[in-house]
Design a protein around this ligand. Sequence first.
Ligand SMILES: Cc1cc2nc3c(=O)[nH]c(=O)nc-3n(C[C@H](O)[C@H](O)[C@H](O)COP(=O)(O)OP(=O)(O)OC[C@H]3O[C@@H](n4cnc5c(N)ncnc54)[C@H](O)[C@@H]3O)c2cc1C
Length: 311
Amino acid sequence: MVKIVEASTEIYPLNNLADVCTHIEKCGRTCYKSENLITNETAIPFISGILKSGHESVIEHANVIFTMPNIEKNHPILTMKDVRGLNISVENDPLIQKEVIVVSGNIRAFRDIARQYGVHDFLTVIGNPLFYIKADAAPLFEGIKLESVQSSRFSAMHNYLTTHSVCDLGAYKDITRHRLASFSIESTRYCNYSKGKFGSELTVINPCNIEKNTPMYDEWFKCMEMIEKAYMKMAEMGGKGDQLRMLLPHSIKADMIMSANIVEWRHVFSLRCHSAAHPSVRLVMKMMLEKFYQIFPDFFADQYETFIKNQ
Ligand SMILES: Cc1cc2nc3c(=O)[nH]c(=O)nc-3n(C[C@H](O)[C@H](O)[C@H](O)COP(=O)(O)OP(=O)(O)OC[C@H]3O[C@@H](n4cnc5c(N)ncnc54)[C@H](O)[C@@H]3O)c2cc1C
């Protein structure tokens, strides 16, 4: 029987460099719904496997923030802003009351700057050979300091948040249009809902824009049941994930991991918490905004006021 669940969101925190690999594994396994396989020893083989297969978007969920002295030798980094996922600025460091160059980004971006510009310095400071492009590269810059992972005392572009949402396919179809964010989503190809692991049933999100106990809701539910019946029948006939997914409706539930810096999150909220956005997208994004506001009230106070408090 079709299972109906409510949409939800949570923040996936990452506080220490030592947790980068387990964070990436947790995010990446969402695609295959294989979180149950996680043990203390699985992160490194999992990440090695995804790097070998070229599925590098998964390593975009871990961000690292560095500073370096604002000296001439380090200025070439300021010309390398075209690397996607990398953010570079000159800012006043409130701790030392001095201008520094702040460089932050996800692990994929640091691998790309190594490939594109031969800058291996940041990967060397991160110090995990798993991510190296060239292990014995000579440093190009001076005084690079690893500040933190994910959040920092610097501006919005150097603060990142990773979230896990349970939402419908329609919602993630809209949300994944945001190109400056990173995503890992439960695969409708690799997850075969006819298998016992998924309870041999389809899970759908309760449609927030169709009122319960109305003829329209009953019609929606009847259709979900018909789809499930056909899905299981095709699976019995030997249908593979690639074939079965042709039946899946916009209401099907998916797990979505989304990471971005605060500049992009604010842009996403401005479009997706707005009344012009689809109600199922708005629901998820407003839940996120509420959580973000608790962590970073200064960055989100105005949007919280507009989209939550005054609505
Ligand atoms: C109410 C609503 C209705 C929509 N309807 C449709 C629809 O009918 N059909 C449809 O196809 N889409 C639709 N969309 C999606 C929309 O067109 C965008 O693709 C989506 O909202 C992503 O936002 P974005 O492009 O502003 O920013 P993001 O992709 O989040 O990027 C952030 C910012 O980076 C910059 N940027 C990123 N990539 C580039 C680039 N390649 N070139 C230049 N600047 C860039 C821009 O300044 C952009 O604002 C709709 C969106 C909304 C909110």
